[in-house]
Write a protein that binds this ligand. Structure first.
Ligand code: 2P0
Length: 324
């Protein structure tokens, strides 16, 4: 079986965040989460199982990965081999169309694309729910990138019950994400380490679980109603409360830098000036600003003026996994 299969998946930005695992091995989250898949940032991955190979070969952005660097990829291939009852090694070639400087996680699109390409190359025909479960085993946020638009990842309580489902896949609502790149460098504390430290040491972790339950219940009807203000207020406070779990960990850490705080104030200034927009941010200092399409020009003008023109990237709701 040497048929090469190529799949494309887009990255997503969480509006109600996933920050903590109940099971490290199966990547079962402590809470459900909800995201928006983005059109601008995606990964194309080709997989071919080849009996001539004596080990998996993994190339990302034309760089061959060492066995250590490809460990998570090989783990996902092992799961596909087990499901398809074979032990053939694979050649994996992946290109991330996530600007290196964008500060957006590429692991969501990368593991969703890998799940799509590897399963089909192995002869499996998985449902989207099962693709989402498979992608989850590579990286939690990849669970949601199987679908386009607004997507909920149900935490579940075991491998079978932890999967994503679309809330609203065909988005006609004219909303956008303006990504503001404040530091393109690799983060110092990985999400995996950061969330583990938060679960283990933040006294606020139990409160976070209540926050997420409340925010999910409120944001879903607000999205379906296209209630921009309600969605914006929830996603901004949810992001701040997630980051409170880093500041309250022992030892404390933070993904913010000085420019992050300045940019948060810029968003508040824009709001005070009558331009509705709300920020969120993940395990890094870069802001992603949720806005309505009519305000993109004013927001990018202000960010370009304050932070530089090569710092601003505009994205819209994007599609789910596809095969090329
Ligand atoms: C999210 N993040 O919901 C949250 C918000 C970052 C902040 O999921 O350990 O790469 O592979 O499951 O998914 C980033 O962490 O972590 C993430 P693993 P992942 O999008």
């Amino acid at each position: 079986m040497t048929t090469a299969v190529t799949a494309r998946a887009h990255t997503n930005i969480a509006l109600v965040k996933y920050w903590g695992k109940a099971d490290q091995h199966l990547i079962l989250p402590e809470t459900s989460s909800l995201s928006l898949t983005l059109d601008q940032f995606y990964t194309d991955t080709t997989v071919a199982f080849d009996p001539a190979l004596s080990a998996d070969e993994v190339t990302v952005n034309q760089q061959r990965l060492s066995p250590a660097a490809s460990q998570k990829v090989r783990h996902l291939l092992d799961l596909v081999r087990a499901q398809s009852r074979q032990d053939t090694f694979a050649r994996v070639t992946s290109t991330n169309h996530v600007p290196m400087a964008a500060g957006l996680a590429s692991s969501a699109s990368a593991f969703a694309a890998l799940a799509g390409a590897a399963s089909q190359a192995a002869g499996l025909t998985l449902s989207r729910r099962d693709l989402s479960r498979l992608a989850r085993r590579g990286s939690g946020s990849a669970t949601r990138s199987i679908y386009g638009g607004f997507v909920e990842w149900h935490a579940g309580h075991n491998d079978a019950t932890s999967y994503a489902e679309p809330l609203l896949e065909q988005v006609t609502w004219p909303v956008a994400i303006v990504a503001l790149v404040l530091d393109p460098h690799q983060k110092r504390v990985s999400s995996r380490q950061g969330m583990q430290a938060s679960v283990a040491t933040s006294p606020y972790y139990p409160a976070w679980k209540q926050v997420v339950a409340h925010d999910l219940a409120a944001i879903k009807p607000a999205i379906l109603d296209h209630d921009f203000t309600q969605v914006g207020e929830i996603l901004e406070s949810n992001a701040m409360r997630m980051h409170a779990l880093t500041l309250s960990a022992d030892p404390a850490f933070s993904y913010f830098n000085g420019a992050t705080l300045t940019a948060m104030q810029t968003v508040r200034d824009l709001r005070a000036a009558g331009i509705a927009c709300y920020y969120t941010l993940d395990a890094g200092p870069n802001l992603k600003v949720f806005c309505q399409s009519q305000d993109i020009a004013a927001i990018t003008a202000r960010f370009t003026h304050d932070f530089g023109h090569d710092r601003v990237i505009v994205a819209h709701p994007g599609p789910g996994l596809s095969w090329l």
